[in-house]
Design a protein. Structure first.
Length: 94
């Protein structure tokens, strides 16, 4: 998903039966997510609930902060944030 300008939410999709209610997206089972060069100004919220996520590449965006919920990503081992505009440093404990 790198080098895009995402505008649609990715966290849920309509149920095939009637279009509603929303069901969890298979994207929640991601293990790797490359969102480099997407001009993101904030972290897509659904990513904080992708409990299988191990690698997250958010390089070359316009991020100025990360939500506290990023701490929910207990399996995350690689986080790339280079060339963003982060103002605060976080310490993630294991």
């Amino acid at each position: 998903m790198a080098d895009n300008q995402l505008t649609e939410p990715l966290f849920a999709e309509p149920s095939p039966s009637s279009g509603t209610p929303l069901r969890p997206s298979p994207l929640l089972e991601l293990t790797e997510c490359h969102l480099a060069s997407n001009a993101l100004s904030s972290l897509p919220q659904f990513l904080c609930y992708c409990s299988s996520l191990r690698l997250l590449n958010l390089s070359e965006n316009h991020l100025t902060s990360l939500p506290a919920e990023i701490g929910l990503l207990k399996r995350l081992t690689h986080l790339s944030l280079k060339q963003n505009q982060l103002r605060y440093a976080y310490t993630l404990s294991s």
